[in-house]
Design a protein around this ligand. Structure first.
Ligand code: DC
Length: 230
């Protein structure tokens, strides 16, 4: 008997979590939620309000102003996935910039931010039938998720993928800058006090350093099938 499940995908930055999550959601007709986009949107908000830059962070000001952060996802049929809106404005492009990537881990350390975002993520998954990717989905957001995946790949492979993505969209970036950012984010995300990036005991680890997209998708799909038909 087919049932709707929750699929939690966690792992290091640029391990292709969102690519696989989008593919799965499409195939299963599930909702896809990119929680990194939510942390990125709060970061953009903090930058716009001058609460944070590369040498300064007024955490209190951000916390006091969190009630004016309204996040929503709107499905873009042409792209086939939902785009991130911050206070009614599409911020999909801005939140992927290196400037946001450099500050997002600092914002993600703030417990008040996490509390707000986790509550809305749990609400989105109330009816199951959801694929959610992030850092704490299998450990904090949905510890009861039926399927938990933990994605890894070498830092070099990940930086190369990210570098190509940013070049393709016309950003002027250096490979070393990206590699440093990927490693630095992993370090901060894994060592923070609140909800650090760790593999849940019952998560299945997938190292895709040398795995093609199709091979990875087929492997994960068979894990999903097993869970759905259990
Ligand atoms: O998945 P991403 O690279 O777009 O995520 C950006 C940052 O947001 C990441 O470096 C850590 C933070 N994040 C988090 O702390 N918890 C999540 N569930 C998702 C992202």
């Amino acid at each position: 008997m087919n049932k709707k499940i929750i699929i939690a995908i966690d792992g290091f930055s640029s391990t292709g979590k969102s690519t696989i999550a989008k593919q799965l959601a499409k195939k299963l007709n599930y909702i896809y939620v990119d929680t990194g986009a939510m942390y990125r949107a709060v970061t953009l908000f903090a930058m716009q309000k001058n609460y944070i830059n590369h040498q300064f962070f007024n955490k209190e000001a951000l916390i006091n102003d969190l009630s004016s952060v309204e996040l929503s996802f709107k499905f873009n049929a042409e792209l086939g996935f939902a785009e991130m809106y911050l206070n009614g404005i599409n911020v999909e492009k801005e939140i992927r910039s290196l400037a946001v990537s450099k500050l997002v881990s600092k914002i993600a350390e703030v417990s008040e931010v996490r509390k707000k975002l986790v509550a809305s993520q749990q609400e989105m998954g109330r009816d199951k039938g959801i694929v959610m990717d992030g850092r704490d989905i299998g450990t904090v957001v949905f510890p009861e998720a039926e399927l938990k995946l933990f994605m890894t790949a070498s830092a070099d492979k990940r930086a190369t993928r990210r570098y190509k993505e940013l070049l393709d969209r016309g950003d002027d970036v250096s490979f070393n800058d990206i590699l440093f950012n990927v490693q630095e984010r992993d370090r901060i995300d894994s060592t923070r006090k609140d909800s650090p990036l760790i593999k849940a005991d019952d998560a299945i680890e997938i190292d895709n350093s040398d795995m093609g997209l199709n091979e990875q998708f087929e492997r994960i799909l068979s894990l999903v099938d097993k869970k759905i038909n259990e």
